[in-house]
Design a protein around this ligand. Structure first.
Ligand SMILES: NC(=O)c1ccc[n+]([C@@H]2O[C@H](COP(=O)([O-])OP(=O)(O)OC[C@H]3O[C@@H](n4cnc5c(N)ncnc54)[C@H](O)[C@@H]3O)[C@@H](O)[C@H]2O)c1
Length: 437
């Protein structure tokens, strides 16, 4: 059997060993999916606590079921480690490490590069490497490939290399890794073939594109589409505020059209590891071609300004009640960047808190899913959400619309509520206490 036929045989018969590098929101659910269908999974994470927890069968990612991880670990299907010594044992190496931005909004590929450098000297013939991290078009071919080939192996002849962007939506119960269509691009036809074989074992629909760059651009475009549309409804919110109109009513009206429109909702800004960051990867790459991605720049500008609008409107609400912001006590409800998840990365709530503190306000937060956080110079613990807390605050700002909160109770017990998510839609009593974004 030739090299690729042997790899494909091992993939189909589930004898292949799957290596997953980076065991976070993307990597751990991926590792569990592969373990569940019978692969031996070797996970690598530079964070020793994470590796340790996995080896004890302890879960730290919401989308992973505790009992599934525990049973896979107990039966020896998933093992985690911090070092790369077992790379030669892996048939497939899947990279799921962070791709953040630098302070100047340029791509920070240090994690992708360091992992590629760590695996390159340990690679053997017949392996498939795939990058799942979101990145600009060209990363797989221009950054990873030269490093991987620098120890003598040739892509398409000795090993295979592909990009298949992860589309997981943390907290989404309907679309999981299994039933979310996956796009795959190889650096050549052999790589594409190997990667398609691998991904179609566990994913219902796998769609090939012509090259790794096309797969990279597909993912960045998807997130840009979201960022731009969110910016559009956020801008409409600013206009509605000036016009004295309720943006939520206008959007509800618009979304009754059964075609040619798609629901997007405003909010206090965008957060998470994707929407605020990924479009800037494309913006940066386009500059290499002397091309300005105007929509990305504009969307980023509008979305980043939303926390300031929230601050200004909060001050306005307090002023109307005769309370100067420097003497106000404010509770920010929700630190997660979106509802029902425990992730506060890039959350606009944090910026809202920072801005209100700059006004001299006393600000606490409550989040049913995040007990404490330390980000952007702020270190805070969640305050208990009690009747006393609500009564003692001049203003409660709903920044995240977690489903577990009883919003009618919140409105009943609070003095004033500023709802940036329309979480109080449908509640009937005490509506006069509520101001919408
Ligand atoms: N979180 C999402 O919703 C989501 C969705 C789709 C795509 N993505 C993309 O997937 C990638 C990973 O995102 P994430 O949210 O899983 O990140 P994460 O921070 O949750 O997990 C990344 C993991 O990689 C580990 N790591 C970092 N450097 C390493 C190294 N050199 N060696 C070994 N491990 C290392 C970290 O310790 C961490 O556990 C990013 O490119 C992101 O944009 C994320």
């Amino acid at each position: 059997m030739d090299m690729k036929a042997s790899l494909k045989h091992n993939i189909v018969s589930k004898q292949a060993v799957v290596g997953v590098i980076g065991l976070g929101y993307v990597g751990l659910p991926f590792a569990v999916e592969k373990g569940k269908v019978g692969y031996q999974v070797l996970g690598i994470d530079q964070n020793p606590q994470r590796a340790d927890m996995i080896n004890k069968g302890q879960n730290y990612i919401l989308d992973v079921k505790d009992e599934e991880l525990k049973s896979l670990v107990d039966q020896g299907s998933i093992t985690a480690m911090v070092d790369f010594s077992r790379v030669p044992d892996m048939d497939i190496i899947v990279i799921c490490v962070p791709t953040p931005l630098t302070k100047n909004l340029t791509p920070d590929l240090q994690y992708v590069e360091s992992v590629t450098r760590a695996i390159a000297p340990l690679m053997r013939k017949g392996q498939l490497v795939t990058l799942e991290s979101t990145t600009y078009p060209g990363t797989t071919e221009e950054i990873m490939l030269p490093i991987l080939e620098s120890f003598g192996l040739k892509v398409e002849e000795d090993f295979y290399l592909a990009h298949s962007p992860e589309r997981v939506d943390p907290g989404n119960q309907r679309y999981t890794t299994k039933n979310t269509t996956k796009v795959v691009g190889g650096v050549g036809t052999e790589s594409l073939d190997a990667a398609l074989t691998f991904y179609s074992q566990t994913i219902e629909h796998v769609v090939p594109v012509s090259c790794a760059k096309a797969a990279e651009l597909t993912k960045v475009f998807e997130n840009t589409f979201r960022a731009v549309n969110i910016a559009l409804v956020n801008e409409l919110t600013l206009l509605c505020d000036r016009m004295g109109l309720d943006v939520w009513e206008v959007l509800d009206g618009a979304f009754t059209k059964p075609f040619g429109i798609m629901p997007f909702y405003p909010g206090p800004g965008v957060g998470g590891h994707c929407i605020p960051l990924d479009p800037h990867y494309l913006e940066w790459k386009a500059k290499e071609l002397n091309f300005n991605t105007h929509f990305i720049a504009l969307a980023g500008e509008i979305n980043r300004k939303m926390p300031e609008f929230v601050r200004d409107k909060a001050i306005r609400i307090l002023n109307h009640a005769g309370i100067p912001s420097s003497k106000a006590k404010i509770l920010v409800l929700g630190i997660a960047y979106k509802k029902d998840i425990e992730d506060e990365r890039e959350s606009p709530s944090i910026e809202v808190i920072r801005l209100l503190k700059m006004e001299g306000a006393e600000v606490d937060y409550h989040d049913p899913m995040i007990n404490s956080f330390a980000e952007h110079g702020l270190k805070m613990n969640s305050t208990a959400l009690t009747e006393e807390t609500l009564k003692s605050c001049d203003l409660v700002i709903i920044a995240t619309d977690h489903s577990s909160i009883d919003y009618q109770w919140l409105a009943d017990k609070s003095q004033r509520v500023f709802d940036t998510r329309n979480a109080t839609k449908g509640i009937t009593r005490n509506r006069d206490k509520i101001t919408l974004l």
